[in-house]
Write a protein that binds this ligand. Structure first.
Ligand SMILES: *[C@@H]1O[C@H](CO)[C@@H](O)[C@H](O)[C@H]1NC(C)=O
Ligand SMILES: *[C@@H]1O[C@H](CO)[C@@H](O)[C@H](O)[C@H]1NC(C)=O
Ligand SMILES: *[C@@H]1O[C@H](CO)[C@@H](O)[C@H](O)[C@H]1NC(C)=O
Ligand SMILES: *[C@@H]1O[C@H](CO)[C@@H](O)[C@H](O)[C@H]1NC(C)=O
Ligand SMILES: *[C@@H]1O[C@H](CO)[C@@H](O)[C@H](O)[C@H]1NC(C)=O
Ligand SMILES: *[C@@H]1O[C@H](CO)[C@@H](O)[C@H](O)[C@H]1NC(C)=O
Ligand SMILES: *[C@@H]1O[C@H](CO)[C@@H](O)[C@H](O)[C@H]1NC(C)=O
Ligand SMILES: *[C@@H]1O[C@H](CO)[C@@H](O)[C@H](O)[C@H]1NC(C)=O
Length: 389
């Protein structure tokens, strides 16, 4: 019997006693009550979509001009104000805001600690047995949207949709894209079709995979016009989601246990993992710098299929000293595939930015270097029967 039905039964028992005043206790029968969420919207038959607000360009404005799309940030609006701009939102969902902004007055910043706290909150709100919430969206700066999407995709897996959203133009600009993106993210999180697809991103009429998404253009409104693998999952028509295929799951995706990550005594936030970018005359001594600066791991953006142009012996030495190493590719598409005689992991089709997060979560979950190799390379080794391994 779950908590909810126990409480309902208790409620019935109390009501059965005639003429006795009901004790006025506020039993928190739902996650919303327990977490103090305040739902907006007068139609209680609509699904509840939680708005995790971290800021981003979607809440930033310019005092210079409606033509300013690059120097904005002098003024900002809240999550509640974004919602208030669009009464049509209340026709698709009930909404409640939860704020996740760094307290430094510079609201677009996120950090590992902040994003982990938000992810724990989202896991609790969506995946607890008392959850009354259909799905969630998170507003985010587009520069690191893919990092948060990937992290939440590995850690929150109870089938409910979580949708990342942002804007490329500030709300003061001509043709602000944030209102449409925001509406589409809410419509997506409220849709039963979005279940069991992991974290999604709604951007510029596209439905994208949170696992494979990457920002490919630094300033264009269609900044997420491709993914590193698999293409768009669907499109928005009349602002409503249309999926091209039934649900699927990225082959290299591993669900990691958020309790294990959260309970690691050494990493209240996440372990430090640096990214090193390889090029001709790559100075592999940088790995030792990382180690000396407290990093638990590094990800190398290797050349081509995960090449280290110079100093691979030093990388092997850093592994022996306890640094966990993953080598990916600096190419925008393709893989860094397993090779014989290497003591580091190759990232496969998981790109460098995402590999950093996967390595952080692996280390926080207690993986050693060999287990990290299995985590990153396992599905490829199994599929391709490599010759020298
Ligand atoms: C219900 O949740 C609210 C808000 O989090 C809290 O203040 C209150 O103490 C809780 N009540 C019970 C009975 O747990
Ligand atoms: C909700 O409020 C809007 C605008 O105030 C109104 O048009 C609509 O009929 C209301 N819906 C319900 C279910 O009460
Ligand atoms: C979120 O933060 C904004 C700005 O500080 C504030 O106006 C709003 O009330 C907060 N919302 C919640 C639910 O705490
Ligand atoms: C915000 O960032 C600016 C520029 O980086 C810095 O000067 C300012 O001190 C920051 N504000 C706060 C409150 O940290
Ligand atoms: C994350 O949550 C912990 C525990 O509640 C808190 O101590 C810490 O300040 C939070 N960090 C951030 C960046 O919000
Ligand atoms: C996750 O880890 C916690 C704490 O170790 C454990 O109790 C729980 O069973 C684990 N969950 C799964 C799905 O493995
Ligand atoms: C390789 O890196 C070392 C330092 O780690 C440097 O001294 C050497 O010049 C580099 N060699 C080439 C060919 O780039
Ligand atoms: C890791 O794997 C290698 C190769 O299979 C093995 O030689 C080594 O002992 C393993 N290390 C640990 C810590 O298990």
């Amino acid at each position: 019997m779950n908590i909810l039905s126990t409480i309902l039964l208790l409620g019935t028992a109390v009501q059965a006693v005639p003429n006795s005043p009901l004790p006025r206790r506020s039993l928190n029968t739902t996650a919303s009550d327990r977490l103090g969420l305040q739902w907006m919207g007068n139609d209680t038959s609509l699904p509840k979509v939680l708005v995790l607000f971290t800021g981003g360009t979607i809440s930033s404005g310019s005092t210079y001009s409606a033509l300013d799309t690059t120097e904005y940030g002098q003024i900002s609006i809240t999550g509640e104000e974004i919602i208030a701009r669009d009464p049509l939102l209340q026709t698709v969902a009930q909404l409640a805001v939860s704020n996740w902004t760094l307290d430094d007055g510079n609201s677009t910043g996120t950090s590992d600690a902040l994003v982990m706290n938000m992810t724990r909150f989202a896991h609790d709100a969506l995946c607890s047995p008392d959850s009354d919430i259909t799905g969630a969206i998170f507003t985010h700066g587009t520069n690191s949207l893919e990092e948060t999407a990937f992290l939440m995709d590995l850690l929150v897996n109870c089938g409910k949709p979580i949708v990342g959203v942002g804007a490329m133009r500030p709300y003061t600009a001509l043709s602000f894209d944030g209102d449409a993106n925001f509406f589409e993210s809410v419509a997506l999180a409220a849709s039963p079709e979005a279940r069991d697809r992991g974290v999604l991103v709604a951007f510029s009429d596209r439905i994208l995979s949170g696992f494979w998404v990457t920002k490919l253009d630094s300033t264009h409104p269609d900044a997420f016009h491709q993914t590193t693998n698999g293409g768009d999952l669907g499109a928005f028509l009349n602002m409503r989601p249309y999926f091209f295929n039934s649900p699927s799951r990225p082959t290299p995706k591993h669900d990691l246990n958020i309790s294990l990550v959260s309970s690691h005594p050494s990493y209240p936030a996440l372990p430090q993992v640096d990214i090193l970018y390889a090029a001709r005359q790559f100075d592999a001594r940088l790995a030792f710098n990382s180690l000396a600066n407290g990093a638990s791991g590094i990800v190398i953006a290797g050349t081509g299929n995960g090449g280290i142009p110079n100093g691979s012996d030093m990388i092997a030495e850093a592994v022996e000293k306890g640094l966990q190493v993953v080598v990916g590719t600096r190419s925008p598409y393709g893989t860094a595939s397993p090779q014989p005689d290497q003591t580091w992991a190759k990232s496969g089709y998981v790109h460098v930015i995402q590999s950093r997060i996967m390595l952080q979560l692996a280390i926080a979950s207690g993986y050693n270097q060999n287990q990290t190799i299995e985590l990153f390379e396992g599905t490829i080794r199994k599929a391709i029967h490599p010759f020298g391994l």
